[in-house]
Design a protein around this ligand. Sequence first.
Ligand SMILES: [Zn+2]
Length: 456
Amino acid sequence: MRFDSSRLAKSKALRGPVILPAAIVMASLIAGAAFLQARGNKADPARAVEQAVAEAFRIAPTLESFVTHPDTWWPDTLNAEDLLPARVLKKVAVAPGDTLMQLLTDAGAEPGESQAAINALHAKFNPRRLKIGQEITLTFERNDADSYRLFEMSLSPSIEREVSVVRADDGFRASETIREFNVDRARVAGEIEDSLYNAGINAGLSNSLLGELIRIFSYDVDFQREVQTGDRFELFFERHYDDQGKTVKTGRIVGASMTLSGRELRYYLYQPSDGGEADYFTPTGSSVRKALLRTPIDGARLTSGFGMRRHPILGFSLMHKGVDFGAATGTPIQAAGDGTVEMAGWNGAYGQYVRIKHGNGYATAYAHMSRLGVKTGQRVRQGQIIGAVGSTGRSTGPHLHYEVMVNGKQVNPAGVRFPSGRKLEGKEYERFRKHVEGMDREMRGTPVMALLNRQD
Ligand SMILES: [Zn+2]
């Protein structure tokens, strides 16, 4: 990590508009350096310093110690070495196949100090758990006249947590900082113009929050046929924010509603007093969780039409015996409910086809798939990906043909009352109603956020 100061000195490129750190300016004053006016000098000394640091590291540095300013004087006889900042900060990101050792040495650290820093890091964070894209901040300090050594390495495995190792007298020491955020509840609402996805993004929802909203409503809503222009949605959710009020993370949705052609569906997250997991309930105390999903595909990824533009998205008819969801080839298809795969393979006009047997005489089938993700006989869970949308078999374009069967006969999913989960009764229901009233009051008192700072 040495840098050749003679090369820089030869370049004579060290004049120009720069504010130096005070210590360096003072040092050069004591040395009796003459000051010349920088005006008219073409070379940019900040650039020269950057090159000098780059030379020391053999890669482009991130220079933070110097600030350019047009009216500043520049000492003529300064040594190039004096221009090197005391510390250099670098941000690197983990790429596929990277090891931390590789990242550190590529950034300019010596193998020995890299290993020592990694060993120290183990006390707070296992480097094997580094994720692709994880940013790592490295600080190097000037060691002697013309070399740098690793001073600090820090990273945030989660938004709340920062771990760092800092050089100490006897090697590196690890420490961690837990950041605490304020939590409140935020409200977002929107109206659907062309698609639920666009409406959600326009309202400032992150992909994860929008996905969660859709997941909650997928039991009851046929996102292909029931969502129309002018429909509305609203959600109330936990929000973590920093001292500046900036949203750093969103938590659970605690209440949500969709108004579809004037019909309002409203759900509340509720934790029953007898334990068990918190779940979403309708205002009358029925769990939204059903044995089968009405939309077994991510509702945000549906297209308004498939194949020929004038072709309607087919609903259930005696001839058709299923419902179609238009989506791009490759869009994941979910198992509508828990069950066993009865068939997974080619099935004539259905193309690549999966049929799942659920309890109580129910079965579901999925056709025209481009890819199968399950095998005959396999157990599947509700929401599990069983394959991808395609256009195999007799099909006009990429879409999912979805059938629901009751006792072996295809039925219209819109007309089926899927077996539902828990119904709150008695004291539990009274307790739930109090929760709903409190939640409604709180929601009404919370202004709709104009735009949520996006954070996935
Ligand atoms: Zn169809």
